[in-house]
Unconditional design. Structure first.
Lengths: 377, 271, 273
């Protein structure tokens, strides 16, 4: 027994974080986020910085993944750990606000070259929290309706058309409610933008409790609509049912849609449509903890990751994501054909018009709770 | 049963076994198919294209599958050793000795399984950071032991209480010491139960990912940790392959345990 | 040394581990459940009942039903393993029943989601085999899917324990009952079952507890409303960052499992007395 104990202690010591120039990247999101760092960005960074190694840790998809990063930071802050065990984290928009407010993050955007290449509003404000300077967008993601053209000849171009279509085709529309992931949440937010009130006010604030009472009719009609829809188990569940032909249209994350197609899990002829008045999207952000053990290296890493070349080659060309930095810098670094591929289904104009943000945090919470009370129960 | 003729009893027997085989291997076939699938979607009942490209992905040098596998097995084995080491005295005491608060003790051991862990991990991680246990094998093993103990202790308690006291008393009356009686009489009879609980503790440890993430990552990487992202994101190929690799240690462990159990049961029959 | 003291000494190491590494961290979660804006209150519980009472009923019904089915199947399989007359059939069954034990819950969720769906592998196999037509297929991805997943994964667990206990029984009583012409079902119910009941109950209680705390299965098979308590807890934390209600839900879940465990413990105490 004693021998075992000593060997455990020895193991414990030998694996303590001492190795020099090891850059730890913790990332929320699907398998493709981990793949992106392991297969593309990590090797590239190691080549440019000999002697360093990059290791990626995935925390799982969706809000749960980002929540786990936030909780990890919480634990280290509460334990007064001197140097934290992450150098770079990739988290969803919703979670960077709290990280900034709690003082966990380094304000680094002005220190890196590519910082000047980001001017989009969602890199300054995250659901109503000021995160200016603390984040660099890795890529922008968007939700849209995925459909099977074989079953849906002319896809609904707006929420009104979708309602009419779903009435004619019962159970052919599927979404995952709000508990199974953000693609369903996004559909609900779009519903409120369409039928419930002032989308601009919801996205930009300020929060006004009176606004919440205007949604009752929208939720009543959504409840009605949902009884005629198929409920799917999660973001992946919607794609799953689409791929098996059990539903013919449903809300999905565009990046997930493409990675499923690339993995041969979705028929190649599936298409996307972004209905009016729009559905929300959000960026994934690179953040650097203020107590990162290798801050300079981390900044270098994010600088590389948000350079026009990497955004063009890695984000757009290889992984089919919408770029994080301003599009014009990325477009210039790419051939026309590759750039156009990104907009096969959803044109840049539609994206600009109908690609919305999520409501600011208090509205977000109010809508979800109202859904739970009025639709879910 | 007459030799030579077909045994009619095989009709219901075969039907029952066939149904069970379908129920068990149907879903597992799914796992097998996805592990070798390159393309599979509606309306095709079976994959359109098979291949090994995702295996290459999992076993790529940066994929860490092999070291994660070794780490998973190491952690699971240590977890079993510690859990069973703690469970044998505890189980014996709970089964045999007059213990105050016996019910309360059993309930306390149950709590790590009974309270859904999600909101507790932040607190666990905080405490582990304070003790410098984060990122160590010991830290992860301790978390797994906490969860495995309920299986180990409860099953050990059941195993010890099932033993006929007269056997022990007979040994004692023949002059054997208490310790000797325990080692020669009690422990061997309880062994099948204890070994079964070892299997569950091992499997429980091999299944665990949330605690490993909070206490072990980024320094400790286990297979379930890799599996989690792929599994919950719906990357069926990677998830299926990882699950397959996890089958190897599970079945190997089961096999070893089985050897022990057989030997033990046989030796009892001989006596 | 008095015996109760020795007993306590023997359980202390195990208790210390659980107390230090789980009960202490749990403590702030439990107090968090009663914390409403910094002061003691039941607001979180009120909200939990208001929004998730259907989830609680759903959870209890699902887990009870699953436990019942697991018990039934494991008695049947264990009984056949002990009393089966044909050694080859027994060997096949012994080899067969165990496999789900080795599949992690998250993978159980994944493979059953793609197996049980309307156009999933099960239905397409049945359609190809001519047993069903495409129009007759139904999806099991609702409460039934959760029950199937739980029973699939947990039956081998209980069976393994149970068949171990059955194997170590004294065979002479079984043999003499058989010589008197008792049917196997009768022997199983009247002679074997009473003797292995403690083991069966332990297995079922542990399964009950495990199922109450599994998150991946309800998330991957049915994340609709109503769903299981764990899924709602995860939603409370991930969507709202609301640990108060999540911890209240966790506390309720703890009470449910403790109640089940307590009933079991009282039963065994009575037997001991």
């Amino acid at each position: 027994m004693r021998k075992v104990f000593y060997s455990i202690m020895a193991l414990g010591l030998s694996t303590s974080p001492l190795a020099a120039a090891e850059l730890t990247v913790i990332t929320a999101g699907d398998q493709n986020m981990v793949d992106y760092i392991n297969q593309y960005l990590g090797p590239l960074f190691e080549k440019q910085n000999p002697g360093t190694t990059v290791r990626a840790v995935g925390t799982g998809p969706g809000d749960a993944g980002s929540q786990k990063i936030l909780e990890r930071f919480d634990a280290q802050a509460q334990a007064n750990v001197e140097t934290w065990d992450a150098d770079v984290a990739v988290a969803h928009e919703k979670f960077v606000g709290p990280m900034v407010e709690k003082g966990y993050l380094e304000k680094y955007r002005d220190k890196i070259e590519s910082g000047a290449l980001v001017t989009r509003a969602n890199a300054k404000m995250a659901l109503g929290s000021n995160v200016d300077g603390y984040v660099m967008p890795m890529f922008n993601s968007q939700t849209a309706l995925a459909y099977n053209p074989a079953l849906v000849a002319s896809p609904p171009k707006s929420y009104e058309e979708l309602v009419a279509w779903a009435k004619e085709n019962p159970k052919q529309f599927g979404y995952n409610g709000i508990k199974g992931g953000a693609s369903g949440v996004s559909f609900v937010m779009g519903w409120i933008y369409a039928f419930g009130g002032d989308a601009d006010k919801l996205m930009n604030g300020p929060f006004d409790a009176a606004e919440t009472s205007k949604w009752n009719d929208a939720f009543a009609s959504l409840k009605d609509f949902s009884t005629n829809a198929t409920m799917t188990p999660g973001n992946a569940g919607t794609l799953d049912m689409l791929s098996r032909g059990e539903i013919s249209i449903g809300p999905v994350w565009v990046d997930m849609f493409y990675s499923w197609q690339a993995n041969g899990q979705l028929p190649p002829d599936m298409k996307l449509v972004l209905p009016a008045p729009g559905m929300p999207g959000q960026p994934m952000h690179y953040v650097i903890p203020a107590k990162s053990p290798n801050k300079e290296l981390a900044e270098k890493f994010v600088n590389l990751a948000t350079s026009p070349e990497v955004q063009a080659e890695g984000i757009v060309k290889r992984f089919n994501w919408y770029p994080g930095i301003d599009a014009k810098h990325v477009e210039a670094a790419l051939d026309k054909e590759t750039w156009a591929k990104l907009f096969t289904d959803i044109s840049p104009e539609d994206l600009a018009k109908y690609g919305k943000a999520f409501p600011i945090a208090p509205y977000n919470t109010a809508i979800l709770e109202a859904y739970e009370r009025q639709v879910g129960n | 049963m007459m030799a030579g003729s077909i045994d009619l009893k095989w009709i219901p027997r075969g039907l029952g076994l066939g149904l069970l085989a379908f129920a068990i291997f149907g879903p597992l076939t799914n796992l097998l198919l996805w592990a070798f699938t390159e393309r599979w979607y509606f309306p095709h009942a079976l994959p359109l294209e098979y291949g090994f490209s995702y295996w290459a992905n999992v076993f790529s040098p940066r994929g860490n599958a092999t070291t994660s596998l070794i780490m998973s097995v190491l952690i699971a084995s240590l977890t079993v050793v510690i859990s069973i080491g703690l469970a044998i005295p505890a189980g014996y005491a709970l089964a045999r000795l007059r213990l105050p608060f016996r019910g309360a003790v059993l309930l306390i051991l149950l709590i790590p399984q009974a309270f859904p862990n999600l909101p507790v991990y932040v607190n666990i991680a905080r405490i582990f950071y304070q003790f410098g246990l984060n990122g160590t094998v010991l830290g992860v093993v301790l978390v797994h032991v906490t969860h495995g103990l309920v299986y180990a202790v409860w099953i050990a308690t059941a195993a010890f209480s099932a033993i006929d006291r007269e056997l022990e008393e007979a040994a004692r009356s023949m002059g054997a010491s208490a310790l000797r009686t325990f080692a020669d009489v009690t422990l061997p009879i309880a062994a099948p139960g204890l070994l079964a609980s070892a299997v569950f503790v091992f499997l429980e440890s091999l299944d665990e990912f949330t605690g490993t993430y909070f206490v072990g990552a980024p320094d400790i990487s286990t297979l379930p940790l890799l599996l989690y992202t792929a599994g919950s994101g719906g990357n069926y190929q990677i998830a299926s392959i990882t699950a397959f690799i996890l089958l190897i240690p599970s079945i190997a462990f089961m096999f070893v345990i089985e050897k022990f159990m057989r030997a033990d049961v046989l030796s009892k029959v001989g006596r | 040394m008095p015996i109760p003291l020795i007993g306590l000494l023997l359980v202390t190491p195990a208790l210390i581990i659980v107390l230090l590494l789980f009960i202490v961290p749990l403590f702030s979660s439990v107090t968090g459940a009663f914390d409403v804006d910094g002061s003691f209150g039941l607001g979180n519980f009120q909200k939990a009942f208001e929004l998730y009472s259907s989830d609680m009923i759903f959870t209890v019904v699902i887990v009870l039903l699953s436990t019942f089915l697991i018990g039934l199947f494991s008695i049947a399989i264990g009984g056949y393993l002990t009393l089966g007359s044909n050694p080859r059939a027994v060997a096949i069954l012994r080899w067969l029943y165990r496999w789900p034990l080795f599949v992690p819950f998250i993978v159980v969720g994944q493979i059953l989601r793609t197996f049980l769906a309307k156009n999933g592998l099960m239905n397409s196999m049945l359609v190809e085999g001519g047993i069903l037509t495409a129009a007759q297929t139904v999806s099991f991805l609702d409460w039934r899917g959760i029950v199937i997943a739980f029973v699939w994964k947990q039956t081998p667990f209980v069976t393994l324990l149970l068949s171990g206990a059955m194997a170590s029984l004294d065979r002479s009583m079984i043999e003499s009952a058989r010589n008197l012409g008792a049917s196997r079902t009768r022997i199983l119910i009247e002679i074997i079952l009473p003797q292995v009941l403690p083991t069966l109950l332990v297995g079922l209680i542990l399964s009950f507890v495990t199922m109450m705390s599994v998150l991946s299965v309800p998330l991957m098979i049915n994340a609709q409303s109503p769903t299981m308590i764990t899924a709602s807890m995860a939603f409370r934390i991930n969507a709202y960052g609301d640990y108060g209600v999540a911890n209240a839900l966790g506390f309720i879940s703890l009470l449910i499992t403790s109640a089940a465990a307590w009933i079991y413990l009282r039963q065994t105490m009575k037997e001991r007395a």
